[in-house]
Design a protein around this ligand. Structure first.
Ligand SMILES: NC(=O)c1ccc[n+]([C@@H]2O[C@H](COP(=O)([O-])OP(=O)(O)OC[C@H]3O[C@@H](n4cnc5c(N)ncnc54)[C@H](O)[C@@H]3O)[C@@H](O)[C@H]2O)c1
Length: 332
């Protein structure tokens, strides 16, 4: 099969990881780069296309000028506008970073455009691709793990991040921008949420200029099936470490995740004690791109279709809102 022609919107930090994965597949060429700062698009063109691609400051111009098969959307949360709709109208498949937006109106327009045009759109919830996470999900789905009942997760880092990240009106705050990974896993394992209750605050960075994101949060979630989750997060923990760890308790398994690739599963419904360890160093960025390419080739849904990005966004927006109003928020 001929190599696909891929573009990139938002040539910043995470776009590098996707560009490297794109080339590592050997199944696509990067041919167009878009960034509001032209020099960044030019640099990506030099780094990932040997200068043979094209650089743009407007994605409208990019889609009009270059025939693309797929596009990576790596924009900061506040910068999402109608790029998914324009890509979809050009028949271009999408890999979009999380969170897909910072309001449901934009997210719902994205979902509608993908459904209307039939393009494939994968959301960058890379933890879902982890070997340990996907194994437990497979066991839950197949009835091998018993009913899921409890998720306990925490996301901890300590970074000043970029100016847009610190500004809650642009990033949505730490829950929406970052802990969204952990919240997404609650849905992956436990199903659909019905209610969320959250406390959050800016404890460590109140004196840092323009740092309006929360940096501590504690959230409880109730799910349709009666399961419950707690998710704690902070941007005040150990510098240089980005910890996204969790435990999932089902009727038959207590799963202790160090990360999405690595977990110890304790089998708890046996009369004897039994456990197994899953250890992997699978490249999750590569995995989400390969899955999208397979979905395009096989004309099937990608593993994390855009509707999942919208549903998890609804959950984190509800958590953030709950913390603001000091009361539980219903979902759905
Ligand atoms: N999956 C992960 O683990 C992971 C990790 C880091 C970031 N992310 C997500 O990726 C997204 C981007 O984060 P980042 O760290 O790369 O940000 P960044 O600030 O490093 O890069 C964003 C780029 O987008 C450009 N940009 C802004 N508005 C634009 C517009 N309208 N059109 C074109 N370009 C525009 C900026 O100039 C910048 O080059 C965020 O949503 C973030 O949450 C995901």
């Amino acid at each position: 099969m001929a190599k696909l022609r891929a573009g990139l919107i938002g040539c910043g930090g995470i776009a590098n990881a996707h560009a490297r994965s794109a080339l590592a597949t050997g199944r696509m060429d990067l041919v167009a780069f878009c960034d509001v700062e032209k020099s960044r698009a030019d640099q990506f063109n030099a780094d990932y296309a040997g200068g043979s691609g094209k650089a743009f400051v407007s994605f409208d111009d990019m889609f009009d000028a270059v025939k693309l098969d797929m596009v990576y959307i790596c924009l900061p949360p506040f910068a999402h506008t109608n790029e998914v709709e324009v890509a979809a109208d050009h028949g271009v498949h999408i890999l979009i970073e999380k969170p897909i937006a910072i309001n449901m109106e934009t997210a719902n327009r994205m979902v509608a455009a993908v459904e209307r045009t039939g393009i494939k759109a994968q959301v960058g919830f890379l933890s879902r691709f982890g070997d340990a996470a996907s194994k437990l999900r497979w066991m839950i789905q197949g009835g091998k793990a018993g009913a899921p009942g409890l998720f306990i997760g925490w996301f901890m880092c300590n970074s000043l991040h970029s100016p847009w990240w610190r500004d809650k009106s642009k990033s949505g705050g730490q829950i929406v921008e970052q802990i969204v990974h952990t919240f997404d896993l609650t849905r992956y394992f436990l199903g659909e949420p019905v209610s969320v209750s959250c406390y959050h605050n800016n404890v460590f960075h109140a004196d840092v200029e323009n740092f309006t994101s929360e940096d501590v949060s504690a959230t409880s979630i109730l799910f349709q099936n009666g399961a419950v989750a707690t998710v704690a997060g902070t941007d005040g923990a150990i510098p240089g470490q980005w910890i996204n760890a969790y435990k999932v308790i089902t009727q038959g398994i207590t799963a202790d995740f160090q990360d999405a690739n690595n977990a110890t599963l304790h089998f708890t419904s046996q009369p004897w004690e039994k456990q197994t360890s899953i250890r992997s160093n699978k490249d999750l960025f590569l995995a989400e791109t390969v899955d999208l390419l397979d979905a395009i080739e096989g004309d099937r849904e990608p593993m994390v279709p855009i509707i999942e990005g919208a549903r998890t966004l609804e959950l984190v927006l509800a958590a953030s809102r709950s913390g603001e109003i000091g009361a539980p928020v219903k979902i759905g």
